[in-house]
Design a protein around this ligand. Structure first.
Ligand code: ATP
Length: 259
């Protein structure tokens, strides 16, 4: 049996971060860790506070899509109070922290699908949802919500089975969720501090995107456009080369991307 306790004591033991994960609350079940994190942020939680749930009953993706996170997966949210210009970089910090921690703990190669998914062997293993409250030029708070399929039999969930995978499925054995959470929080802090030191996480993020160079279809509501995903801009938006040669800048907001 792998060590699979997600208690605050188990996670902080040997974590070695300065602030991310130094305050943790773990719940057996929550509707959404992001919603709880937002509430805690409004109540003045310390920067780096982490909310963990063994399962989410109403996990959300973007555009109010459902995110399934039954027991065996990781569902957590990190509370931050960043300056306004960090906001577009939080999705980069989060997705790189996920790919690095997966590689570090399991040896599996993980890649980022623009804008907010992490894939292993071309299948979705993680979803990320960054939400923030901004007043004028000030960010009241930002929460980074991360869901990772760790020890999950995806075939038990027909709605996601064709496009999803889990760490246990890829490895043929269970993985310590505690090791994954520790690795993830440590990498997130390292990248967040790098941002604060003025280092660009953009280039590392761009170099880990599977999307670039591929033919894609981008949908927003009823509208759809096709082209080659040529590049990304520093604000995280996608640059799509359309069949007529023009370059279209796509902001992540509410678009869906298909290969
Ligand atoms: P995609 O591009 O894969 O459609 P998205 O980035 O537009 O996803 P998200 O908001 O990230 O959407 O995630 C929600 C979607 O992810 C759901 O509509 C569902 O298809 C899929 N999904 C939900 N739960 C899981 C899970 N545990 N593992 C993998 N995929 C999931």
């Amino acid at each position: 049996m792998v060590e699979d306790s997600l208690s605050p004591a188990a996670i902080t033991d040997g974590l070695g971060t300065r602030f991310i994960g130094q305050e943790i609350t773990c719940y057996p079940s929550l509707p959404s860790t992001n919603d709880m994190a937002k509430q805690k942020a409004q109540e003045g939680a310390k920067e780096g506070t982490v909310i963990v749930a063994e399962e989410q009953t109403a996990g959300r993706g973007r555009i109010k899509r459902r995110w399934l996170s039954p027991r065996g997966s990781i569902a957590l949210s990190i509370i931050l109070y960043p300056p306004l210009d960090y906001l577009p970089c939080l999705i980069m910090v989060a997705s790189l922290a996920v790919t690095r921690s997966i590689e570090q703990v399991t040896g599996l190669k993980a890649k980022i699908k623009w804008p907010n998914d992490v894939l292993v062997n071309d299948k979705k293993i993680c979803g990320i949802l960054v939400e923030s409250d901004v007043r004028g030029n000030k960010v009241d708070y930002a929460v980074i919500g991360i869901g990772i399929n760790v020890n999950l039999e995806v075939s038990d969930f027909p709605r996601i089975a064709p496009m999803a995978t889990s760490l246990s499925r890829e490895l043929g054995r269970d993985v310590s969720r505690r090791d994954m959470v520790q690795g993830l929080l440590a990498q997130a802090e390292k990248l967040y501090l790098a941002l604060a030191a003025g280092d660009s996480v953009f280039r590392q993020w761009r170099d880990n995107l599977v999307t670039l160079g591929k033919k894609v279809q981008v949908s927003s509501g009823e509208a759809t456009c096709r082209g080659i995903a040529e590049s990304v801009a520093a604000d995280g938006s996608l640059l799509l080369r359309q069949p007529d040669g023009s370059l279209l800048k796509i902001v992540a907001g509410d678009v869906t991307l298909r290969r």
